[in-house]
Design a protein around this ligand. Structure first.
Ligand SMILES: Nc1ncnc2c1ncn2[C@@H]1O[C@H](COP(=O)(O)OP(=O)(O)OP(=O)(O)O)[C@@H](O)[C@H]1O
Ligand SMILES: [Mg+2]
Length: 283
């Protein structure tokens, strides 16, 4: 299975012997992100590095306040690094763009005065990413992929939390971004709905093979959703380890490998010990 110790080294990526290593889609190099308030300077992440390749399900995992959302905001172009660089397709990210779409945790991210269909079609129309007729076709296709076609003319207040998150996912995916940014999209759902949404997201990924950068502080969710996990230390967030988890999913959940990895990540993130990855806090 996975979890070989040598896969747990930051930056390592399994590759076929002799195969050329593809350029990463997204490259985060030594990124320090800060917030300046009139009273404080808050360092949210400190010299974080990772690469995301096409079709990766890359998960940022770490305790509350370690800078996961801030890193997503950096990739989205809302926050600029004070040190290091973030590149997409080899170009530095300097502002938000339609090549990076975000799905948030909150259920109220839809426009309440627009129907499901109108919500999904709207960003394509205003950004001009495609023609009007293609936007309509894409909207219907992605609403279908998240199993909401019969609700296409319904307003958000008539949907459950899980259905609203499906619409938000369809809306983001219909833009066909290079990378889908998901900030704890299932955290506010009940356990059963959360489980169903995880399964649907993985089915969607199987179908389309999009690239996602997914934030969670649930170790179990990280292992189920992720093909790679970046484990981050508490505030300010630094890389603790990068783990290859592509062959562990929900069906392995009760198996020894899954449980051992769960325990190991737990110890890594919550023990006082700083581990031996070379990415621990400077003295
Ligand atoms: N707008 C802001 N202004 C000042 N400080 C901020 C701001 N947003 C976040 N922070 C601080 O930056 C640090 C990282 O916050 P961030 O929201 O990225 O953490 P997180 O890992 O996403 O946490 P959670 O799991 O609770 O969502 C925290 O110390 C937080 O207080
Ligand atoms: Mg957050």
């Amino acid at each position: 299975m996975i979890v070989q110790e040598d896969h747990a080294v930051a930056g390592e990526r399994p590759a076929c012997a002799g195969a050329p290593v593809a350029e990463p889609l997204l490259s985060v190099k030594g990124v320090t992100l800060q917030y300046k308030t009139p009273e404080h300077l808050v360092t949210a992440t400190y010299r974080v590095s990772f690469d995301v390749h096409r079709a990766d399900r890359f998960v940022l995992l770490g305790p509350s306040g370690c800078g996961k959302s801030t890193l997503l905001k950096g990739v989205a172009g809302f926050v600029t690094p004070v040190e290091g660089s973030i590149e997409l397709n080899g170009r530095a990210i300097s502002r938000p763009g339609a090549d990076r779409m975000m799905v948030f945790q909150e259920f109220d991210q839809l426009l309440p005065w627009k129907t499901v269909f109108q919500n999904v079609v709207f960003p394509m129309l205003v950004s001009g990413t495609c023609s009007r007729s293609e936007a309509k076709d894409r909207a219907l296709a992605y609403i279908g992929k998240v199993n909401l076609l019969e609700f296409r003319d319904v307003y958000p207040h008539m949907l459950s939390g899980g259905m609203k998150q499906r619409v938000a996912i369809a809306r983001a995916m219909a833009m066909e971004p290079d990378v889908l940014l998901m900030d704890e999209p299932f955290a506010a759902l009940d356990a059963l709905t959360r489980r169903r949404m995880q399964e649907e997201l993985l089915q969607l990924w199987d179908d389309i093979r999009f690239t996602m950068l997914f934030v969670t502080h649930s170790i179990e969710e990280a292992i189920i959703i992720g093909s790679r996990i970046l484990a981050m230390s508490p505030h300010p967030g630094q890389v603790r380890a990068e783990l290859n988890t592509h062959d562990l999913g929900y069906s392995e959940r009760d198996g020894a490998a899954f449980m051992a990895l769960n325990r190991r990540i737990h110890d890594m993130l919550f023990s006082e010990r700083t581990g031996g990855t070379g990415h621990d806090k400077p003295n």
